[in-house]
Design a protein around this ligand. Structure first.
Ligand code: IK2
Length: 401
């Protein structure tokens, strides 16, 4: 028998599988609201003008293709840390932030969970919000952590179940690992308010929990990189030794370049050195060293005040287009007298909207209207534009009547 006779056919990824179905659909009216990648007003992938300028600078520079160090391009990780924490944040000023480049946000999450599985002094259990980004679960499990949940989404109010969230975090054994979406929660688009983040910081501190931040959308959520980093910076100011995963996939449109970073707030420069050494030991047998081009693109932009200024305008432009689509969709659903409450479409933030559509309604939209979204009712708002938002609203209206 063949070597692989016992390999079973696995299920398609719930998110990426939607795009496969979309591609197979021949309808001219088809819409892909599945994958979380930004599209411009014409439904096209968007290469930021600052990225194009950085490409030109790099191609003129004709740099070599030598290996990066295990922890990546030092200029990239320095600039990524400053973007997230702020130039004058204490961990950076006191040189006690251990950081490594990663294979985008997914790679950062994989390194973080693997590092915790290997070195965390407490229980090797990670608490994830319900729901969370689907990939958080297999990443954590494959790293050897036990996965538990904390309440997050209240389907009656289509809002944050803050009391449930606090109760579950409080009930978790002291010193538990709590994964927190820093901004633009995926898939719900619902974030704690700044006041709620302050309460969560107190609770995490009281329980001596470990805050594991996933910040895949800094700048892309509200359009303001400082606003989106509020939770991360507040927790650090409050003295939490956080772990932070960063991605430049969305806010710089570098999806396929796989530019990301993971950082650990340490107690001292000496501890940072020990953590850095163990990060190298963990990464070396994983992929040895990371891809160079994406890191150079990010560094070229963030090391130039004028390119950074232009980038901030571009990332706000993306966020604003999504916010405009939220308003247009909401107004159209209301105009069509669509049954149900739709305010959450406007109040949610970031790439996604948790519509509240049921799985069978999602299936009907695919079959009857060639509109594709994940079965949890999440839509990527970026897939909507002036040419298709009315058709989508009309189709939803029909599906829920
Ligand atoms: C919360 C979160 N963390 C991390 C990541 C990792 O992204 P990357 O590895 O591309 O940086 C993502 C990317 N999500 O992909 C879009 C989708 O859900 O359809 C994410 O949403």
């Amino acid at each position: 028998a063949s070597t692989w006779a016992n390999v079973p056919a696995g299920p398609p990824d719930p998110i990426l599988g939607v795009t496969e179905k979309f591609k197979a659909d021949k309808s001219p009216k088809k819409i892909n609201l599945g994958v979380g990648a930004y599209r411009d007003g014409q439904g096209k992938p968007y290469v930021l003008p600052t990225v194009k300028k950085a490409e030109k600078i790099l191609s003129d520079a004709m740099q070599d293709k030598e290996y990066l160090p295990i922890t990546g391009l030092a200029e990239f990780t320095k600039l990524a840390a400053e973007l997230a924490y702020g130039k004058d944040s204490k961990p950076i000023v006191e040189k006690r932030l251990a950081i490594t480049q990663s294979i985008s946000g997914t790679g950062a999450l994989r390194i973080g969970t693997a590092f915790l599985a290997r070195h965390y002094p407490g229980a090797k259990t990670i608490y994830l919000p319900t729901p969370t980004w689907g990939n958080h679960i297999p990443i954590s499990k494959d790293s050897g952590l036990e996965v538990k949940q904390y309440k997050y989404f209240n389907k009656d109010t289509v809002g944050l179940d803050f009391e449930g969230m606090k109760a579950d975090i409080k009930a978790a054994p002291e010193g538990s690992i709590i994964l927190l979406h820093a901004c633009a929660h995926n898939p719900t688009g619902i974030d704690p308010t700044e006041a709620q983040w302050k309460e969560l910081s107190d609770l995490v501190k009281e329980k001596k929990h470990f805050a594991f931040f996933d910040m895949a959308y800094q700048g892309f959520a509200s359009g303001d990189i400082l606003k989106d980093a509020f939770a991360v910076r507040y927790f650090v100011e409050q003295g939490h030794q956080i772990l932070l995963c960063q991605s430049f996939a969305k806010n710089m449109g570098l999806y396929g370049e796989r530019a990301g970073a993971i950082s650990f707030v340490c107690e001292s420069a000496e501890e940072k050195a020990r953590v850095d050494s163990q990060l190298k030991i963990l990464i070396r047998p994983l992929y040895s060293n990371p891809p160079v081009h994406g890191a150079r693109l990010v560094s070229t932009i963030l090391s130039s005040p004028e390119l950074t200024e232009e980038w901030l305008i571009e990332v706000k432009g993306m966020a604003d287009r999504i916010i405009e689509m939220r308003e247009r969709l909401y107004n159209k659903l209301v105009e069509l007298k669509t049954p149900g409450e739709w305010g959450h479409i406007k109040s949610q933030i970031g790439m996604f909207s948790f519509t509240g559509l049921k799985a069978e309604q999602v299936d009907a939209l695919a079959e009857k209207a060639s509109i594709y979204l994940t079965r949890d009712g999440r839509i990527s708002m970026a897939g909507l534009n002036a040419n298709n938002v009315d058709y989508f609203a009309e189709s939803v209206s029909k599906a829920v009547k």
